[in-house]
Design a protein around this ligand. Structure first.
Ligand code: NDP
Length: 292
């Protein structure tokens, strides 16, 4: 079997097409969706992600404000920036790029973002709504992007056995809630670094989502014939055959393509979907602010 491509670029382009209409409707009412991205420090990968987000805003006609702070900024400084952005009426979405420097409490800072502007979906109020099964609010972008991609490919989820590798607040845990939610109806197991016999568990899954941050950890023998495999991982690995000396690798080994029915590529799979969902959350935040 050769896996079909869960093509995040194509799916994201479709999401953007729909967003163009919603953004035009906002603008007709005199409101331009506006996203602020706050980045602290000079982590190169973070700057690449922020660049992609700003470019997506430009493509869609969403206004973006890019706030860069030095790595040695105080937590209080970031708090002040968030408070100011919360108060700004013409601003609909606030994103604080992760990771923050180690001297900062990332969760405490996320808690300060106005939940109505929390386009990352990490505020306890938004995650709490997800736990309650209320899926109409700000959902975390990566897991909701995975769900959109599964729907786009027409992949059946009801009654399927799903294994999520990873239990992080931003990917694995919300992903498990989404896949197990009413209407999606998969039966979900979450694996983590203390899980025993992880490979056998993965090999039992109809749907396998890998979000561990371990390059190519999921090999073909971990995968059931015909399973749907989503690779969330983005890892930089040394590669002397490339001019730049490195390449991007997912958490899934490329050989899995010979066993899975569907596989998302890295890059070009979950990455573009994460950005598309961020744009959608920004538009939703704009529409909801206007509805008040
Ligand atoms: P975290 O480091 O926060 O979480 C990793 C999870 O994997 C943890 O729950 C950890 O378990 C688990 N884990 C680690 N090693 C193993 C192992 N050997 N077996 C089973 N589970 C293991 O990472 P994130 O969730 O933030 O990100 C995961 C990956 O996804 C990364 O590569 C990241 O770059 C990528 N990513 C991609 C995005 C995209 O847009 N495509 C967006 C966000 C992330 P424990 O809890 O026990 O430590």
């Amino acid at each position: 079997m050769v896996a079909q491509r869960l093509d995040g670029k194509v799916c994201a382009a479709q999401v953007e097409e729909e967003l163009h209409l919603r953004i035009a409707a906002c603008k007709e009412k005199g409101i331009t969706p506006h996203l602020a991205v706050v980045i602290v420090g000079d982590d190169p990968a973070s700057h690449v992600y922020v660049g992609s987000k700003v470019r997506a805003c430009e493509r869609l006609g969403i206004k973006s404000t890019h706030i860069e702070l030095p790595a040695d900024s105080t937590e209080e400084k970031v708090r002040d920036v968030i408070h100011t952005l919360n108060q700004q009426n013409d601003l609909h979405g606030i994103l604080v790029q992760s990771p923050l420097p180690s001297h900062m409490d990332e969760e405490a800072l996320t808690d300060l973002i106005d939940p109505a502007k929390d386009v990352d979906g990490f505020h306890p109020q938004n995650l709490g709504r997800l736990v309650q099964g209320r899926l109409d609010g700000m959902l975390p972008c990566t897991p909701s992007g995975v769900m959109r991609m599964l729907a786009w490919a027409g992949i059946e989820t009801e009654g399927k056995t799903a294994v999520i590798l990873g239990r992080s607040r931003i990917v694995g845990m919300p992903q498990s809630l989404l896949l197990g939610s009413k209407g999606i109806d998969s039966t979900v197991t979450v694996a983590h670094s203390r899980t025993k016999d992880t490979s056998a568990l993965c090999a039992s899954a109809d749907i396998l989502i890998a979000a561990v941050g371990r390059p190519e950890m999921v090999t073909a023998d971990w995968v059931k014939e015909g399973a749907v495999v989503v690779d969330v991982g983005i890892n930089r690995v040394d590669d002397s055959t490339r001019d730049r000396g490195w390449r991007l690798a997912g958490d899934v080994h490329p050989d899995v393509a010979n066993k899975a029915s569907w596989l998302s590529p890295v890059p070009g799979g979950v990455g573009p979907m994460t950005i598309a969902m961020l744009m959608e959350n920004t538009v939703r935040a704009t529409e909801q602010s206007n509805a008040d």
